[in-house]
Design a binder for this molecule. Sequence first.
Ligand SMILES: Nc1ncnc2c1ncn2[C@@H]1O[C@H](COP(=O)(O)OP(=O)(O)O)[C@@H](O)[C@H]1O
Ligand SMILES: [Mg+2]
Length: 229
Amino acid sequence: MEENLEKIIEAVNVSYIYQTKYQKTKALSEVNCSFERGKVYAITGKSGSGKSTFLSLLAGLDVPTEGMLAVEGQDMRKMNRDAYRLNRASVIYQAFHLFPLLTVMENVMFPMELQHVAAKEAKARAQEYLAKVGLPETLYKKMPGMISGGEQQRVAIARAIAAGGEILLADEPTGNLDSQNEKVIVDLLCKLAHEDNYAVIVVTHNEAVAAAADVVYGMSDGVLSVVRE
Ligand SMILES: Nc1ncnc2c1ncn2[C@@H]1O[C@H](COP(=O)(O)OP(=O)(O)O)[C@@H](O)[C@H]1O
Ligand SMILES: [Mg+2]
């Protein structure tokens, strides 16, 4: 069988169980799917269907209870997941999650500082990423609380790409935005996949976001199916 070089993550019979003292919840049930570079994937489904659980496994925050997640063919269990989270996969959230006491520029420089990139280079690269997401230079020295939600989400995306990874994960990234800003963010995520070859995986309730995706998966009671590909 020919290897698909664009395939970056593969889920093989992935199940996940939350176990508390009193109960077990099967949040994911034998999920099989794969993700390629250069495409936008939407994962849709009702609240409580397992979308965020799946995204956190893809982000390397936890490992499947059963089954396997492979990154470029390597079992995530056998990988250094801290390095994976730092260097390869970044998560964008509905509530942006920027550092409130750092400027826009400092937020984008932050992942590069963790990677010990020299300050001068980090600053130059941060400017490049902020330009890529279309943020005006007049906002670079502002605190996140002083800019709009749509602008904050663009900063969060710039920070995510600053880490240098090829996997962008987003959990309801437009959930706090009006339809105009929603379109800006969706267009940006599509551009990152189609022009810069990121694998973009977006959990969303939003029809417009799903419509813009190349592949749509549906999650229902922890079971994943293909809606459109
Ligand atoms: N930390 C947790 N502990 C126990 N159960 C959880 C936890 N997080 C989520 N769940 C349960 O797992 C299921 C899937 O949740 P989640 O992945 O958050 O769904 P979604 O993102 O689609 O709303 C739900 O039944 C939820 O109640
Ligand atoms: Mg969720």
